[in-house]
Design a protein around this ligand. Structure first.
Ligand code: NAG
Length: 417
């Protein structure tokens, strides 16, 4: 029976992969560092087939689940993330040996109540985070579980801790009672200031947030470097790559390591500049990058405007309401001096009516934006982006998908003829 099921699934995957293998494998950059974040990417056919399969199976599961069971799963969904948060808060994942650990070993090591820990681990097994070897009575981390260890490359532990931290929880709680009535941000209501001012005053949480963003950005950088291909008219592979609000330079450094003749700029707030310089140096690209201190709400630094071919702005627009978001785009347009320069915004794009499985993470993030970021922060549809670009004096962007769910490249010329 099991074999029949497995071969049916395999046949379905193969058929879908064959039908959907219409895309090229992306762009091959001039240099492929050994630790390239691109190496973890699935091929385009595999990626498309797995998305198609997930949509079909997701819709099938939805159609065959009794309505009350569906509702029950949503009612109890918070318990899943609470179980994870508890295990992370007590460093359980970090203390499970590669060869597996018994609950007694872990409990002694961590000073936990063994019978309770055992029940948490059994629950985590049903969530697919750990696996229990029945014969040895040892618990192992699954591949999903391993992404939550602090030593995982691009660990998801910091974002998990940030999302389960008291400050985020308080914002969601405030949203439950007030935001939906007034439209105010839950963070504002709970903390009396927006998340950016709050983080500036809470260095520990700010550092955790920074690590969380790095954990999310590195795998994304791989997908972006693999599939973003600046046209020859803007300088092709040697185009000067400029990241607006690019944090410490995670994406910029990946770009420069894959494009050994390219140069880059980073625009960040004064508080981040020193850290960015250190990070770019640690990645061996300090000599080809310039860090500019400033804000995307002000005029673009003149040296950036004069040099940049490709202006990248990743996951910034969704932090702002239409008016400030348009102001950011307008500053880039006005400051950019090269005739062929292009703008590449990297954002989730809401697709009303698309497969629920693929839309769910974006819809959750849309509410997370409303709840924890500033008033008006939101995810957008293509129509919303077209309107936003238009109000900044730009043509509607074209969309290119990446091999990562919920991430698209939105490209527009900055000085359309
Ligand atoms: C990029 O720059 C290098 C060094 O100047 C040059 O040899 C190469 O031909 C350039 N590549 C492209 C695609 O322009």
């Amino acid at each position: 029976m099991c074999v029949v099921k497995a071969s049916l699934v395999a046949a379905l995957v193969a058929a879908l992969a064959y039908m959907l293998a219409t895309n090229p494998f992306g762009n091959v950059p001039p240099s492929l560092p050994s630790d390239s974040a691109m190496s973890a990417l699935p091929s385009w056919p595999a990626y498309r087939a797995s998305n198609a399969l997930a949509s079909v199976l997701g819709a099938t599961a939805a159609a065959t689940t009794p309505p009350s069971a569906r509702a029950w799963a949503i009612i109890t969904a918070f318990m899943q993330s609470e179980i994870l948060a508890t295990l992370l808060a007590h460093d359980v994942f970090d203390n499970i040996f590669p060869e597996g650990s018994t609950s007694a070993q872990a409990a002694i090591e961590l000073g936990l109540h063994e019978p309770t820990l055992r029940r948490y681990l059994a629950a985590a097994e049903t969530l697919g985070l750990v696996k229990h070897g029945r014969s040895t009575d040892r618990f192992f981390l699954t591949e999903a579980g391993k992404t939550l260890r602090s030593d995982a490359p691009s660990s998801l532990r910091p974002i998990a801790l940030f999302m389960h931290g008291g400050a985020t929880k308080a914002a969601w709680r405030a949203a439950t009672s007030r935001s939906i009535v007034t439209g105010e941000s839950g963070w504002m209501l709970a903390h009396g200031q927006d998340i950016w001012h709050y983080l500036a005053e809470h260095p520990e949480e700010e550092a955790l947030f920074g690590q969380a963003m790095t954990g999310l950005t590195r795998p994304m950088s791989g997908a972006i470097v693999a599939d973003l291909k600046p046209p020859t008219s803007v300088g092709g592979r040697n185009a000067t790559f400029c990241d607006i609000g690019g944090g410490v330079g995670t994406l910029l450094s990946e770009w420069l390591r894959h494009h050994p003749h390219a140069r880059g700029f980073l625009l960040e707030q004064p508080a981040v500049v020193e850290r960015a310089k250190e990070y770019l140096a640690s990645r061996g690209v300090a000599g080809r990058s310039t860090v500019a201190s400033g804000s995307f709400f002000e005029k673009l630094p003149a040296n950036m405007g004069a040099a940049c071919d490709v202006f990248v702005i990743k996951h910034c627009l969704h932090n702002w309401a239409d008016e400030p978001a348009a102001a950011i785009l307008a500053h880039i347009r006005e400051g950019s001096k090269k005739k062929h320069a292009i703008l590449v915004a990297i954002e989730a794009v809401l697709m009303p009516g698309a497969s629920a499985v693929l839309e769910l993470p974006k819809r959750l993030m849309d509410i997370n934006m409303a709840t924890t970021v500033s008033h008006g922060a939101r995810e957008r549809t293509m129509a919303d982006f077209a309107a936003l670009f238009k109000s900044a004096g730009l043509p509607a962007p074209t969309r290119q998908t990446l091999r990562l769910p919920s991430v698209s490249l939105l490209t527009a010329p900055l000085h359309a003829a």
